[in-house]
Each structure stands twice: as C-alpha cells, then as structure tokens.
Write a protein that binds this ligand. Structure first.
Ligand code: THU
Length: 140
C-alpha cells in the first residue's frame, strides 16, 4: 500500500490534509463503536473540507467521516476531489469502507488517499488501487 512514487503526503497540501483529518476525529460522535475517524478532502478550488463519523442509536444511520467531509464540500459547490486524508487514533491504519470509496469515485476517477494512524504515520495509496474497475458517473 505504501508507494515509492512522489508522495502527495509530503506536499504542503498533503500535510495540511493530514493535520485537518487528525484534528477532526476528536469531534467524532462514536458512542457505539468507540472508533473515531476523521477525514479531510481537498477539492479543485484548493479548499479543504473535513468531517468525522457520526453514529446513531439506529446503527444503520451512521455516516462515515469520508462521506461527511465530501458532502459538506458538495454543498459548497465543490465537484472535483483531488485528494483525501483519513485519520484514526491508535496504532492501526484506517481503510475507507466500500460505500465511501464509491462516493469518492463520484467526484474523481483517481486521487491520492492518505491513511494516517494515531502516531502520525502515513500510508499513501490511490482511489484506483482501492476501487479498481469502478462504476462511475460517465457510465450514465
Ligand atoms: N467509519 C468511518 O467513519 N470511516 C471509515 O473509513 C471506516 C468506518 C466509521 C463508521 C462507524 O462510525 C465506525 O467507523 C465503525 O464502523
């Protein structure tokens, strides 16, 4: 999953995404799973939108951090996703769920995805690697 290609995580915008994703997981509402997640998404305006997971007593209504970040961006007129960082506390790395991968794919064919653990360690991958041969809006 780590890449030798020039790393987006090391760019100024990549670093800012990491910082914002790590900041926002502190706001996660996770009384059931106790698994906070933060996401920060960069759009073509160069603006960054962040979100945390928000759970519900009716468990299926939970919304992931990634979708909360992306949907906030869309509500502000953003349409082109250019990178996303996803952060969790603890030693393990996060992995976006299938639904969130598909939502990312709605707004880009490919972009860097930075996974961040609680030590601030990063793994960089891409949407194409996470969701190969994807269905997308251009099919319709
Ligand atoms: N979750 C996210 O917010 N993003 C992910 O990448 C994986 C899963 C949330 C949903 C739920 O609140 C908790 O993590 C456990 O599934």
């Amino acid at each position: 999953m780590t890449s030798d290609a020039p790393s987006f995580a090391a760019t100024r915008e990549g670093e800012e995404l990491i910082r914002r994703a790590r900041e926002v997981y502190k706001e996660a509402y996770v009384p059931y799973s106790h698994y906070p997640v933060g996401a920060a998404a960069l759009f073509s305006s160069r603006r960054i939108y962040s979100g945390c997971n928000v759970e519900n007593a009716s468990y299926g209504l939970t919304v992931c951090a990634e979708r909360n970040a992306i949907f906030q961006a869309v509500a502000q007129g953003q349409r082109v996703l250019q990178g996303i960082a996803i952060a969790v506390p603890g030693d393990g790395f996060p992995a976006p769920c299938g639904a969130c991968r598909q939502v990312m794919r709605e707004f880009t064919e490919d972009c860097p995805v930075i996974l961040v653990n609680g030590r601030g360690e990063t793994k960089e991958t891409s949407l194409k690697a996470l969701l190969p041969n994807a269905f997308g809006p251009e099919f319709l």
